[in-house]
Design a protein around this ligand. Sequence first.
Ligand code: EPU
Length: 353
Amino acid sequence: MPSPLPSPLSALTIERGCKLRELNSFGLPALAHTLVRIRSDADVRRVLDHPELGRSPKLVLGGGSNLVLTRDPQAVVLRVEVMGRRLVEARDDAWIVEFGAGEPWHDAVAWTLDQGWPGLENLGLIPGTVGGAPVQNIGAYGIELADRFESLDAVDLVTGRSVTLSAKACAFGYRDSVFKQGGFGGLAGKSLITRLRLRLPRPWQPVRGYLDLERRMAETGNPEPDARTLFDWVCAIRRTKLPDPALLGNVGSFFKNPIVSAEQCRDITGRDPHLVHYPLPDGRYKLAAGWLIDACGWKGKSIGGAGVYERQALVLVNRGGATGAEVVMLARAIQQSVYGRFGIRLEPEPVIV
Ligand code: EPU
């Protein structure tokens, strides 16, 4: 008996020998032997049931904006393209909105503002997709994703089961979550996020304590900017400091801002009084990694095609034809010189494959 042909709706889109350069914001060259476009939870289960792909290792790819590809992935690449946006609930205390993980993050932020649901304005212009946002708990200008998180749906890459995770289960930290953690209890490489729900509190409470925003308030003589104005300011500030990945490949901040004890901070400021540092509620200090790298003279320097951005030393860029190996070499050289001068180990922010 002839086996039934898969209907077009249930068929997987499988591509072989797929170039990844266009699919990572650093523009690094790599080849996926197999790439599957995931448009629903069911697509993930189809991959897991597939006789050839089911048992292969998997690499989940969203916007590729927090990824450094140093070689061709040995895994099957699952490109997340789950789309959709909707209001789940208008509660007295919040709007709950839901996005497919494949939606571009910035478009999602702009859409909520267009609908009259403020709360994400400080997170405008962050590259990447909605599904990548919880993985590294994106943050900017005083707000982190965790502050607006309601829940997310993910598919277990072994069992194919769909699960809903709370904030607690996601274990958000500074540019960190359970999705970046390997080992027992971590979910790195073990699940694929399909949908994210955000909670936008009512009434709206602006977050405008960040120095760059306070400067804008003073310059414009507008001490009470509305959400749309804050969004426009954030986008303008980012455009001046951060390169547009469409023009100059990059993954945003390459290192996390290191957190040190009060004693270590005092020790450094004793020698370098200009060190940019911020007190944390627990008595420790967060140091500006960009300042540390800048102080070591890295701004504008390059190794091969990989360089340190002239306007923000925390951002590494692809000046044309960079390889992942060159990016990693540059990052290591920066780590060594910052350690040599300040005794601080910088930790990369993106996932290195
Ligand atoms: N600085 C220098 N030289 C430099 C770069 C920075 O002296 O080359 C100093 C600046 O003068 C400033 C301080 O370092 O006083 C901090 O710089 P900035 O305000 O640009 O912020 P950042 O700490 O470098 C963080 C996030 C960004 C986020 C901004 C705004 C991290 C790793 N980075 O950057 O997030 O947009 O704050 O909130 O936390 C990202 O994660 O990819 C990212 C872009």
